[in-house]
Design a binder for this molecule. Sequence first.
Ligand code: NAP
Length: 274
Amino acid sequence: MTIALPSGETIPALGMGTWMMAEDLAHRAGEIAALRAGLDLGLTLIDTAEMYAGGAAEALVGEAIAGRRDEVFLVSKVLPGNASATGTVRACESSLRRLGTDRIDLYLLHWRGRFPLAQTLDGFAALAEAGKIRHWGVSNLELADMQELTALPGFCQTDQILYNLSRRGPEHDLMPWLASQGIPIMAYSPVEQGRLLDDPLLAEIGRRHDATAAQVALAWVLRLPYVNAIPKAGSVEHVRENAAALSLRLSEQDLADLDRAYPPPAGPEPLAML
Ligand code: NAP
C-alpha cells in the first residue's frame, strides 16, 4: 500500500515512528533491530525529529539505516524555535550529521512557533536548492494555518497530525480540505500511544479477523487513501504485528461498530497535539 505525495512520488502507507526511542541504553539494540526488521518488511518510511531524545533518536536512526540509506524515505523535523530561515538550515545540517546522511527526504516544521511561515519556507527552499532536503511539509498545523501556508510559494507534501480512533476531530474540516488539495496526512500516535489497545471492542473486532487490537487500530487509520500512519514500535515482535495490519480489511460492520464507540466529530474541534 502506498500514498501519493503532491510531488508525484509515492511513500509507504505504513511507516515507523521513533519518539521515545534512544531514551534508554538498555533498549537501544532492540530499537535498532525493530527499525531494521521494519525495513525488511517494507516499512521503509522512518519518522524522527531533532527533538526526540535531544537528537539521540536521529543518531539511532542513522545507525539503524547505515548501509541501507537508499531503501529509506527519511522524515525529520525542525523545532519551531529553530525555524527562522537561517536557523532551519543550521538545524537541518545538525540533523544530517546525526543521521549520517547527506539528505532528508521530507523535512517538517514540527509545529507552528514564533517565526513567520514564510521565513521557514525560505530555509526549506535553501535546503532543497543545496540538495539537503528533497521535500518539505509541516506538522500540527490547523486548517487556517494550512490555508495561509499553501498561499505561499512552494509545495507542502504533508501535514503530520494526531489522528486515530479516539482523535477524529480533523475529519470535520482539516482532512477534507487537505484531501481536496491533494495533500496527504501523516497520522501520528495511530494507536494513541498504546492507550487504544486495552479497548475490548478492538480486541473483539480483532477476533473476527484473527487480528490484534493494534492491527485493528492501524487498519482503521489506513482505511483512507490519503492517510499514512507512523506507529512507533520498540520491538521486532510489535513491528511484525503492525506490518501485518496492511493486509487487514475492516468490514462495514466493523466500521459501524467503531463509529458507535468512537463517533466522528459533530462540528469543528481545535486540532489536538501530543
Ligand atoms: P503510537 O505509535 O500510537 O504508540 C506507540 C506505543 O504503542 C509504544 O508504547 C509501543 O510500544 C506501542 N505499540 C506499538 N505497536 C504495538 C503493538 N503492535 N502491540 C502493542 N503495543 C504497541 O504513539 P507515538 O509514538 O506517539 O506516535 C508515533 C510516531 O509519530 C512517534 O514515534 C513520532 O515519530 C511521531 N509523532 C509525531 C508528533 C508530532 O508532533 N509531529 C507527535 C507524536 C508522535 P513498544 O515501543 O513497546 O513497541
